[in-house]
Design a protein around this ligand. Sequence first.
Ligand code: APR
Length: 244
Amino acid sequence: MPGFPPGLVGALREARRVVALTGAGISAESGVPTFRDAQAGLWARYDPRELATPEAFEHDPELVWKWYAWRRGLVERARPNAGHAALAELERAAPVFSLVTQNVDGLHREAGSENVVELHGNIRRSRCPAEGLTVEPDEAGHAPPPCPNCGSPLRPDVVWFGEALPAAEIEAASGAARSCDLFLSVGTSGLVYPAAALPYEALENGATVVEINPERTPLSAHAGFSLRGKAGEVLPPLVGAAFG
Ligand code: APR
């Protein structure tokens, strides 16, 4: 077990309101590729940042749908890892806990987390862009399949680059960040706003901010504790030391 800096374990144990913000890094150990990883096989020549946009879907819905179908396949085969499990355990131990994730893979709920705010949607769901409703496609052979209610081509229920985040989710995340005593930032590069602003909202409220990431990020210099390591290796002993 790594030694933790003095004060960290006690701060986690004593915090009454805890928020964890997660990004693609927490799913890396489950084998889910991030947008910034090189893509495999068929998709290697595409830049994900150019496929995950409303313009790309308008221009070539079939291509974008098929890319998401491929990513959904990867996500459905992935299993939560020790980092996800440790955050589910932290939720059971902390008096008030919110998990805010930028990930669309659904792995936090699969690991047992309950109070989960999905800022960027969920890749396992589809949405009718005409009606704004989450729907279950029933003609899986089509790319994209038609909405069972109105026939419009369905889209994945995720937030694309250039799109606004769902208002209720960002409000819940921001409210939790502004009222917490301890804020964990795990596996996120801190480059994509508004999620990247959340730890600073917590800092302004006087919260202890703890970062877990193998690499330095723009948040590292501001966090009270910045731990260099993998989520699946750092979180289980940290939660264990505070509550085990
Ligand atoms: N444990 C913890 N952190 C890790 C691990 C690991 N095992 N492996 C990688 N990381 C870190 C990387 O060092 C990097 O800082 O995870 C971070 C991943 O960064 P991004 O790929 O930028 O992911 P994220 O911050 O979630 O991106 C935000 O941008 O790609 C879009 O919409 C997408 O939700 C995503 C958003």
